[in-house]
Design a protein around this ligand. Sequence first.
Ligand code: SAH
Length: 355
Amino acid sequence: MGSCAECSTWVYGGQLTNGCPPVYTSSSHIVVLKFAGLVGHNRKISSLKIGGRRRRRMIVNAAAATEKLQNGIAELYDESSGIWEDIWGDHMHHGFYDPGSDVSESDHRLAQIRMIEESLRFASVSDNSLQKPRKIVDVGCGIGGSSRYLARKYEAECLGITLSPVQAQRAQALAAAQGLVGKVSFQVADALNQPFPDGKFDLVWSMESGEHMPDKAKFVNELARVAAPGGTIIIITWCHRDLSPSEESLTPQETALLNKICDAYYLPAWFSIADYIKLLQSLSLEDIKAADWSEFVAPFWPAVIRSALTWRGITSLLRSGWKTMKGALAMPLMVEGYKKGLIKFAIITCRKPAS
Ligand code: SAH
């Protein structure tokens, strides 16, 4: 099973390989293959008729595409994290705002902390000294804002992983400066192949990294694998809108807008909230909950754009590299995507069965 790489329709098609990366086909959807640049959207291919050599070539191409994507992600964050930290601080995620409230510039850090708190509350993570998390993994940790916050809040050990060496180094330096050595640590590692044993963490945290994952099934599988029995998994991520029962895919205009955003931010195909829920259900995870928080994050991108247009923002951007500039130029597309109801800011949480 898998989801169509372009229209994201969930497909229980013929799985051609068991290994990484998965290649899925069905009669009417192109799953993951598109990402390897091999086929176009919704062009029919007959499943399971692909010969051995061609199949191997597809797998090699898909692996090369993943590697290219991940190099792009690492370079984007290597290049842009310093500027982000200068202007916005150590949390590289949306803030949570009261809908319709007047948002002053100084409220944003508070809104980002509130995002963490609201997410923990949504997932019913306990503050109780006997039940609070003791071991946490921060999957796609940026420069470690969430890791340090969670480690302090729960007096827990927190391990963060990122693809960006610059981020891992900076996260570690901030931890040292804040007296958290031994409590939090960071390394460069792939969320799709985490360097942790099964069942290690009682809180698995992924704040705005899921959208970068080219293989959502593998991503969620890894989150579930490293979660301890009874552990909580929290995924906060960008999704596209759910499709209606009569729809096979997003509209061509919607797809075109998402493609531009993907290009700017090194994102592969998107999932909808419904896609995530089906995936979690297929793994027998429990207490699955999801919500669309788009209305609570609406002020975020306009505020980022305003900060980019200040003298400090402009001079920083001019000193940055092309990937950062490209990301900045794409910011209005995010606003457009939210306004059109195409982009959804999602929280999806669940628990690994206790045994
Ligand atoms: N969660 C952080 C950072 C969000 S930015 C915060 O809220 O501040 C997205 C992060 O996801 C970056 O750190 C990027 O390196 C990471 N990421 C993307 N794909 C990844 C992958 N395959 N493995 C590990 N980290 C990944």
